[in-house]
Design a protein around this ligand. Structure first.
Ligand code: CUA
Length: 337
């Protein structure tokens, strides 16, 4: 009986130490910035408790046996022979079964908390593509930053224009794969931000050579700041052509493939490209002028510069950009000399 009391005390002490000082105090998780994060962290905490307990139970039993029941000098006898122990077997089947059922119950409650719909939720479309995030707000506003009001639920309706991507803001905890395809492949995710601040959405599905750089800013603002931010974003662009062009370039994620500093990515750099002579895949030489750039945006596969792959550039910019915006993008490219 003495052994059981000692082992019991050691297991309890080790569980307490692991749970409190190693798993909980180590701050293994990023900041908690949404109501969904709170629900998920509750589950983490519970599972960490069980992990601490079972790890302690196994390690304490092994170490205690190794030390206390070690072979003594001159003792060559076998250990006590045991065959079957129905009570022990029932106990070690029923206890884990109970724990699994309990975790399933708590887990489904957590899932309910994460997916619960609140009145007045704000609907935003998220469009992922290689390697860009685009956010479509209710009144036709399109941005490349995700601005969110604090303490209001948003419903993100997500789709992809090419391969599978995944929406992940670690501080919000929730993550959702984004699939290409028609309306039936649109995936939904609900987030209720609770902490003001700047975050990043990152792609959590390997999606090509620039996957690691598929990031966008997420800004959680007060309701008032959010209103101002919306106005600022919706103001359209009444600045000069080059500045407006730069904005459309950012919204559409062009720089994921076209560098502005001369470095070579999967597509030609824009630095100094305007006015340059380029050799195409068929051997002909062209001058990069307004008309060539316009064609390259609208029909990207027709005149590929030699050495670059075709089929990479999205072919729907004709639907996303109007003539004025394309003109402004050309002005921006021409300014990069
Ligand atoms: Cu998109 Cu990784």
């Amino acid at each position: 009986m003495g052994h059981f009391i000692i082992v019991g005390i050691l297991v309890a002490g080790s569980t307490y130490f692991l749970y409190t000082y190693v798993l909980t105090n180590a701050n293994l998780l990023p900041a908690q910035a949404s109501t969904q994060a709170a629900a998920i962290d509750k589950l983490f905490s519970l599972e960490w408790f069980f992990i601490s307990f079972f790890l302690s139970l196994i390690i304490v039993f092994i170490l205690y046996s190794v030390v206390v029941f070690r072979r003594r000098e001159g003792d060559d006898s076998d250990g006590k022979y045991m065959e079957g122990n129905p009570i022990l077997e029932v106990v070690w089947t029923l206890i884990p079964l109970g724990i699994v059922l309990y975790l399933a119950y708590v887990g489904s409650q957590g899932l309910g908390d994460v997916e619960r719909r609140r009145l007045g939720e704000l609907e935003i479309n998220v469009v992922a593509s290689q390697w860009n995030w685009r956010f479509e707000y209710p009144d036709g506003l399109v941005t490349n930053q995700l601005g969110l009001p604090e303490d209001r639920q948003v419903l993100l309706r997500m789709r992809s224009e090419d391969v599978i991507h995944s929406f992940w803001v670690p501080e919000f905890r929730v993550k959702q794969d984004i699939l290409p395809g028609d309306e039936s492949f649109v995936r939904e995710l609900r987030i209720t931000p609770t902490e003001l601040g700047d975050y990043k959405v990152r792609c959590a599905e390997l999606c090509g050579s620039q996957h690691y750089a598929m990031l966008a800013d997420v800004i959680v603002m007060t309701e008032n700041d959010y209103g101002l931010w919306l106005e600022e974003q919706a103001a359209g662009c009444d600045l000069d052509d080059v500045t407006c062009g730069e904005r459309w370039v950012n919204v559409n994620g062009c720089t994921a493939c076209h560098s502005l500093d001369g470095s070579d990515l999967v597509a030609p750099t824009w630095l100094g490209v305007y006015g340059a002579q380029e050799e195409l895949a068929d051997g002909s030489i062209i001058t990069v002028d307004d008309e060539y750039i316009r064609m390259s945006i609208l029909e990207p596969n027709t005149q590929i510069v030699d050495g670059y792959a075709d089929g990479l550039m999205p072919q729907n910019f004709g639907e996303l950009l109007d003539d004025e915006q394309i003109g402004q993008i050309i002005a921006f490219i021409a300014s990069l000399q």
